[in-house]
Write a protein that binds this ligand. Sequence first.
Ligand code: THU
Length: 161
Amino acid sequence: MKKQESIFSYDIYDSASDLTKADAELLIAARAVTKNAYAPYSHFHVGAVARLINGALISGTNQENASFPAGICAERTLLSTAASLYPGLAIDTLAVSYHNENGPSTSPISPCGICRQSLQEFEQRTSHPIRLILSGQEGPVFVIAQASALLPLAFTADELS
Ligand code: THU
């Protein structure tokens, strides 16, 4: 028997003003785009904005449905948009923010399990890590160097070959 250890670390900034100009711009855009979410059921509006490696900015928001499982998270909306508009192009950095109608929006959220799976495969298919910037409408900011670090021991495309 041997033990395998997986170490996960990330950076915490006190606020958006401590970020580089480029990162702060992305996060501010993610905060703003929460207004485009369609979240009449959860009242939890999520916004995601990515900078692609060609410098283009694209956004995604959560889009809910009366048939709840038909809803889609902001992150996967964004990944589908990126792959559709810029096929094959990698994402450099992705900022995610939210506005919660029922409570404060002051601490970061991180992608759900399904989105972690989708982010992992997007990184793999474009051979490029996706940096994540996570924050509410204000307050601390988490920066994670690579989205797939959120999904250790992932089931990947390699397993199907
Ligand atoms: N949601 C996202 O869009 N991204 C996340 O990272 C977490 C959750 C959405 C799904 C649903 O529309 C609402 O937030 C509440 O779960």
